[in-house]
Each structure stands twice: as structure tokens, then as C-alpha cells.
Design a protein around this ligand. Structure first.
Ligand SMILES: [Zn+2]
Length: 384
């Protein structure tokens, strides 16, 4: 199992668990100890905190606005924590551990402004290299109709037969049916969990979890052994949205975690699709509304996958051949950088304006992509 995670990112990963214990009022919002306005708590804030004060108490305070008292208790917990013990726990649980500084970290997660500091993977790590260009995310309600469940299975099977990887959340209902559909045609599938990747969550999907591990991969940003927290589900959805080239919703009522995934996919600039449903069905209200608002319609997984997955299949060289393009490309192989950082790294004699021109050329040629936070990442080496 590959282990490439630095101490700092592992500490942030552990801090995510501590912060998750704060009582959740609504999704993503937590109560302030002093009774003030609720503050929004999402893992992004934890990741963003990397640049703040290194002392855990200050870090926690700056991150979520919690009280001095709670911040001190984080600090006490972190005092007994070690990165090596965390690596060992992951190794014992059969998990690959990759931090966002690692060149092996899944590239599409860098597209998230709030990328997980650490990702834990069980099963076929290479499958993540096919995301997002050859992967399609599928989500939907935990309480589908029989028609919806069958549609999920059939669409996923069509995607699998066409060479696509189905990404979902292994929840009951639409998610489970999507994984089953992919497995039914011998295609690999990726499950993203809100618990640690070593735990079959929910427990009633234990058998499915085993089958996914045999043929695919299970992924989580939570450390091994970690039970799911309430906000962990919407937080997990952003990883599902990032891994797929598009997100398909099969059945979802208006208020639904699946529609949170849709928002996250749209934030990432990924297209969203919905399966048309009966106007009389509550669980098609969300998907029908998506269609009205311009989402693509899906009735056949093979058709969707054939249309989407072919568009990037032209063979590409490994890297630009020379000049400032090659130097910039090489500098980005160790992780995303801003154009100012690139100026320093490449000790470039280019003026800032020229550097921006070269970056634009690289972007237009498909070598690099600009992330929502303005930093650049390379894209070509992750193509299969
Ligand atoms: Zn790191």
C-alpha cells in the first residue's frame, strides 16, 4: 500500500475528526459555544487553515470560531496524536494514504477549493487515475421507487459496458443500485464513504462493500475507524462530484443530498444530468426540476458514456517538448502552484505578463488547468 502523506496534512486530517464532533445545527453549520451566530463548518475550512497559525488551538479557533475552551481541548487531543501512529493504523486497515502534496493524490480533487488534506483508499488505487475523464458520478435518494432503482442499475451497467467507471456513495437506494449495475457487467466502480474507508457504511451494505473492493475502490477523507458524522455526508458528496466528469441524478426529491452534489458539481464546472420521472412522483421532483433548469436528460447509460468518454480519447504526448512550457509543466508535477510561485520555482527570466501568456497557452493546449483558487495544476499525466 502506498503511503505518501506528510505530518502536517495528517494532522489536518485528524483535526477534521475533532471538528466533526461540534454539534451540527443544519448541514454544514455549527453552533458557536458563546451562543453567537452559527458558523459554517466544512472541511474546506480545515484545509484552508494550513496557512494559518500552526498551533492547533489557534488553528482551531481561527478555523471555526470555537471557544477558547474547545480549542484547548483540541490541542490536548492533538498532543497525544502522532502522524506515525496514523500511518500505521491506515496500513493495518489496508488503506493507501495520500496527502494533497503527494504527486499520487487524485488530480480531480485538486479542483476542489476545499480539497481533502488526506485521502484514504482501499482497493484499486489505479482506478482513481481514470477520474474524472473516464468516470461518471451517480447519486440519488435513499428511498427510490422500484422504477428508479432499476433505472439506476441499468444506466450504471450501460456506463460500465462502455468503459466508464461509476462513482457513487454506497448509500441505500440509488447509490447501491448504481454500484450493483456496474458490478453486474464486470465493470469497476468507486464508492466514496462518509466514514473511514475501512468501514462498510451503512452496515447493511457489507456484502456490496466487499464486491466493490474486489472489483474497484473505496475512498474516504476520514481516517480509518472513523464513524460518519452528520456533515460528513454533504462533505463526502463534493468528492463524488469531483471524481466524475459529470454527475447523474436518478431520483431525488427537492430537498436532497443528491441535489447538494449537483450544486457542488456545477461549482466545479462539471455538467449535470437527470433521469426524467413521473410528475406524480415526489422522488422525481428534484430531477424533473433539474431538467427544467437545463440539466441534460439521461435514459441510456451507454449512450451517455459513449458521448462523454470519447471526447478526450485522442492520444497525447506526456509533456511539452521544451522551452518555458516544459519548465512550468515540470514544476507543477509536485502539486498545484500559483503563477507567482511558478515564477520563483522556475527561476524564470520571463516577465510576469509573459509567464501568464505561457500559462494561458498551456491551459488552451490542455496541459494545465486553472483551479477555482487560482492555482494551476497539470492534467495530462492523469489520462490513461
Ligand atoms: Zn501533505
Amino acid at each position: 500500500m502506498e503511503q505518501d502523506a506528510c505530518d502536517r496534512c495528517l494532522a489536518l486530517s485528524q483535526l477534521t475528526v475533532y471538528l466533526a464532533k461540534i454539534p451540527v445545527l443544519r448541514h454544514g453549520e455549527v453552533e458557536k459555544d458563546d451562543g453567537g451566530e452559527p458558523v459554517v463548518l466544512r472541511p474546506p475550512l480545515v484545509a484552508d487553515a494550513a496557512g494559518l497559525a500552526p498551533h492547533p488551538a489557534q488553528l482551531a479557533r481561527a478555523t471555526v470560531g470555537v471557544s477558547e475552551h474547545r480549542a484547548r481541548s483540541f490541542a490536548v487531543e492533538l498532543r497525544d496524536w502522532s502522524a506515525d501512529a496514523m500511518r500505521e493504523a491506515a496500513w493495518k486497515a489496508g488503506l493507501t494514504v495520500l496527502c494533497s502534496c503527494s504527486p499520487s493524490y487524485p488530480a480531480p480533487l485538486h479542483d476542489l477549493a476545499d480539497e481533502p488534506p488526506v485521502i484514504y483508499v482501499r482497493g484499486d488505487l489505479a482506478l482513481l487515475g481514470r477520474c474524472p475523464d473516464h468516470a461518471i458520478s451517480m447519486v440519488g435518494t435513499r428511498h427510490p421507487t422500484v422504477t428508479g432503482r432499476n433505472a439506476s442499475r441499468r444506466i450504471a451497467a450501460g456506463i460500465g459496458r462502455t468503459g466508464g467507471v461509476v462513482v457513487s456513495g454506497m448509500a441505500l437506494g440509488i447509490d447501491a443500485a448504481a454500484h450493483e449495475g456496474a458490478l453486474s457487467v464486470g465493470a469497476p466502480t468507486i464508492a466514496v464513504l462518509a466514514s473511514g474507508a475501512d468501514l462498510a457504511t451503512p452496515g447493511s451494505n457489507r456484502k456490496l462493500y466487499g464486491q466493490i473492493l474486489d472489483a474497484g475502490a473505496v475512498v474516504s477523507e476520514m481516517p480509518p475507524g472513523c464513524r460518519p458524522f452528520v456533515w460528513g455526508f454533504p462533505a463526502r458528496n463534493r468528492i463524488i462530484a469531483a471524481l466524475g466528469t459529470v454527475t447523474v441524478v436518478v431520483e431525488a426529491p427537492i430537498k436532497s443530498g443528491a441535489l447538494i452534489t449537483v450544486e457542488q458539481a456545477m461549482d466545479l464546472g462539471r455538467d449535470t444530468y437527470a433521469v426524467p420521472g413521473s410528475l406524480a412522483s415526489d422522488v422525481s421532483e428534484g430531477t424533473n426540476l433539474m431538467l427544467q433548469e437545463g440539466a441534460g436528460a439521461v435514459i441510456d447509460g451507454a449512450h451517455l458514456a459513449g458521448h462523454l468518454l470519447d471526447r478526450d480519447s485522442a492520444p497525447r504526448p506526456e509533456a511539452p517538448a521544451g522551452g518555458p512550457e516544459a519548465a512550468i509543466h515540470a514544476a507543477l508535477t509536485n502539486g498545484p502552484l500559483s503563477s507567482a510561485e511558478l515564477g520563483h520555482r522556475t527561476a524564470s527570466s520571463l516577465a510576469a505578463a509573459e509567464l501568464d501568456d505561457v500559462l494561458l497557452d498551456l491551459e488552451l493546449a490542455g496541459w494545465v488547468a486553472r483551479r477555482p483558487d487560482g492555482r494551476y495544476r497539470i492534467v495530462d499525466r492523469y489520462r490513461p
